[in-house]
Design a protein around this ligand. Sequence first.
Ligand SMILES: Cc1cc2nc3c(=O)[nH]c(=O)nc-3n(C[C@H](O)[C@H](O)[C@H](O)COP(=O)(O)OP(=O)(O)OC[C@H]3O[C@@H](n4cnc5c(N)ncnc54)[C@H](O)[C@@H]3O)c2cc1C
Length: 579
Amino acid sequence: MTLSQQGPSHADLSQVFDVLVIGGGITGVGVAREAAGRGLRTLLVDRGDFGGGTSAATTKYIHGGIRYLEQYDFKVVRESLRERRILALGAPHLVRQTQFIMPAWRWSKPPRALIGAGVALYDVLSYDRNRRAPDALRIPHPRWLSRKQLMRSVPWLDTDGLQGGFAYHDTLNMHPERLLLAYVKSAAADGAVFLTHTEVTGFIQHSDRGNVVIDGVTARDVLGGVGYTLRARVVVNAAGPWIDRVLQPLGRPLGVAVNRSKGVHVLTRPLGGPGRVDAAVFARAKSGKHVIVSPWMGGSFIGPTDTPLADDSAPVVADNDDVSSILSTVNSTMNASEQALTIDDVVGATVGLRPLIRRGEQGDGGNTYSASRRHELYHHLDRGVANLWSIGGGKWTTARATGEQMVDELLRHELKGTTTRRFDSERSGTSTTFAWAQDAAPFLTGVASAGSALGLDAATGEHLGRLYGTEYAAIIGLIGATPSLAERITTEHGCLDVLAQAVYAVTAEGARTLSDVIDRRLVVGTLGPVSRSVIGRVADTVGPLLGWDDTRCRNEADAEFARRSALELLWRDPVVSTG
Ligand SMILES: Cc1cc2nc3c(=O)[nH]c(=O)nc-3n(C[C@H](O)[C@H](O)[C@H](O)COP(=O)(O)OP(=O)(O)OC[C@H]3O[C@@H](n4cnc5c(N)ncnc54)[C@H](O)[C@@H]3O)c2cc1C
């Protein structure tokens, strides 16, 4: 299923929807997918692009959250482990089981015995992890690696006081933005309507017996300026870190408070050397800070930071302090013989805001690191506002379950009695998944051989199979019709994207800006700097499809290059960063 290039029609938007979802991150998309799957007329509105808030900027794991065991958050961990299996079986081409190694040093806090107890408990809580899993997705029991074994697997680790490490598994979400998009397409296939780059600015409401009754929202297309009045029987506010902001136009306290915590990652040269380490390392430094070093796309993806956002009106950007903090933490876990990472080894940085539930009006004393990652559903009828819910907190991993619980609640309350159809999101995969609970390797080999008929190399074919699932055929079809679209989008950091993907991004995947294309449809934007000439090539390819003339193509490319360069300068240059 594709998203129409023209966007929804006036007729689409003038209906009264059953459910209107605010927010196209993974939480809102989880709700939309569940609602549309059950046959509810569903509209989702986002002020930016799908996943452009937080959901495309994660650590890239579908995981139980072993760290949350320290907070005794067993419920979150168990729910996440349950969802880890469901999400992996539903999209085997976009995930990869990854071995994690948690090193133990003599000085480690918690000490080796406690780490071991945590890893064992994590294993117990994931008792159903291999149910119906093909071999490629099976997760073994954790095991202890001796110091010698560990030094062989992860040669860059500090050996001073090293006792060994625990090896366990979690699931790599290879391209979170693409998996999120696959869920969007699934919802669209079930009739959901999507409006991106459209900001919700207020609520349509009337009064009834002392209650405010919500009838829909007002919204504005931030690219074209068009205003909308959008009606629905119930509105779900899934704006993640901004749920409190969305509620502000109602002008009354609704008991929703959010702690926003900034999380940054960097992509660097591969620690230990190219292709040398294939396990992720979850290391706790002497400072108490933890860092996850994941082998990803030929480099090391390292983070996250966890910094409470003091001034939440300021733009959310990765700055030089964030990057320096990651580098000093990871360097402090490295062997003296390993060359320390410097800013020159960093090719890119990502930033997201955690939407954490705030306990009580005073908050949690600012400790976002130990704050629970649970989610909460707020029914605002409790505070005199009917037909409105908000979703607080949550994780990427648990968004499917959150969506399911949310729609169950809607059907118990506002949508009670509405005819629905059966939908099992646990067993549905995505609309572009080649098969549920199957090994992806044969599928990817098949895509590679289909691509080779058009001159694509095997790696490119596999890349297309991973990113597009069954829709790879559409990309290959574009290249078949216009061979020049096989042109590689090259960067100095290596990239397998081809121009046909840019065409598909705007004609079938709802991309409306160059950043939508480069950062969340293609992979190129996630791999490091993108040159002005590459941006220009993409602009010249998609511009005519978006109705841009030559001047507009040039201006858009200039603006996108300037935007990216300014963001890079903020984390690369300490002077710019500190202003
Ligand atoms: C650094 C970091 C690493 C993480 N790593 C992981 C991980 O590995 N695994 C995991 O499971 N979880 C992880 N998480 C948590 C996870 O990413 C988040 O819980 C999740 O992405 C939140 O999704 P969301 O949809 O609630 O919010 P968002 O993705 O932020 O979506 C909210 C959307 O609301 C939109 N919006 C806001 N205001 C309006 C408005 N007025 N009108 C219309 N739209 C509006 C925004 O544009 C945005 O797209 C991580 C989080 C961070 C920050």
